[in-house]
Design a protein around this ligand. Structure first.
Ligand code: OOG
Ligand code: MG
Length: 259
């Protein structure tokens, strides 16, 4: 039987607006397909755009083994970023506005030219991007305990909630992005380490895959957008107790804190 896209769109939007974690859709709809899930994702986005939001970019998720193991989902996914998700450079997140935020370090591309799949390569991404920086994505699954299957997380815009960008911008070919090391600290505790290659071998390869996936769905990655290439390490909880800080070779530092 066809799933009720409107019902599940209301369900996720209410959970977000009321800051309330809900059961995964597949608890009720075990047959939810990936196509159904992207239909819900599209409908949630359309609803947000109709209420005045604007798309500012796109994101990949579950592109690193560290994230796939943490979440128990072994396939990359994508979602959309809107203007209300952009944090100021101080990375302050109002904890009353979110459910159970977690933070993960990512390499971020800013597109100077559009990328239209299919056929987009890693080199096309390096050519199209006008700068690269570091970022912290604040994910906030609308599902209880971040428990979800692949279709659930797709329907939920891959847990997108907020993000903050670093202030150091480098040219995409200034340094090999796969070799960029990152340290993730909570307060003064070093929690995670990784390199850019954790993201599908090279962050630009991940963005190329994204351009090709959205291309199959008749969409392009637009000039002026930012693209989050995916968490390089497992995500850590964001609280008011201590800031979360990522320090990248060449890209500098970016931090977030709960207030
Ligand atoms: C899904 C989103 C994953 C990433 O970078 O891997 C993601 C989740 O972990 O809740 O954004
Ligand atoms: Mg992410």
């Amino acid at each position: 039987m066809a799933i009720d896209v409107e019902r599940w769109t209301d369900y996720l939007i209410e959970a977000t607006d009321e800051r309330r974690a809900v059961a995964p859709i597949t608890d009720t709809e075990p047959g939810l397909s990936l196509d159904d899930a992207y239909a819900i994702q599209d409908a949630v986005l359309a609803r947000r755009l109709a209420s005045g939001r604007r798309v500012v970019g796109a994101k990949l998720g579950l592109t690193s083994v560290a994230k796939q193991v943490q979440m128990g989902v072994a396939s990359p996914v994508f979602g959309w970023l809107t203007d209300d998700m952009v944090l100021a450079a101080d990375g302050c997140v109002t904890l009353d506005e979110v459910i159970h935020p977690r933070v993960e370090p990512e390499i971020v591309f800013h597109l100077g030219d559009e990328l239209a799949g299919p056929g987009v390569t890693h080199h096309d991404v390096l050519d199209a991007a006008d700068w690269v920086t570091c970022g912290l994505e604040v994910i906030d699954s609308r599902y209880e305990d971040f428990r979800f299957t692949l279709p659930d997380v797709v329907a939920d815009d891959t847990s997108a909630s907020r993000f903050v960008l670093g202030t150091n911008r480098i040219s995409p070919d200034a340094t090999p992005l796969d070799l960029l090391g990152v340290l993730l600290e909570v307060g003064s505790d070093l929690r995670e380490t990784a390199a850019g290659a954790a993201c599908l071998g090279h962050p630009a390869a991940a963005v190329a895959a994204l351009a090709n996936w959205v291309g199959e769905r008749g969409r392009v990655l637009e000039a002026g957008w930012v693209v989050l290439s995916g968490g390089l390490t497992a995500a850590v909880p964001l609280t008011a107790e201590a800031p979360v800080r990522a320090t990248f070779a060449h890209l500098g530092t970016v931090a977030a804190r709960g207030v």
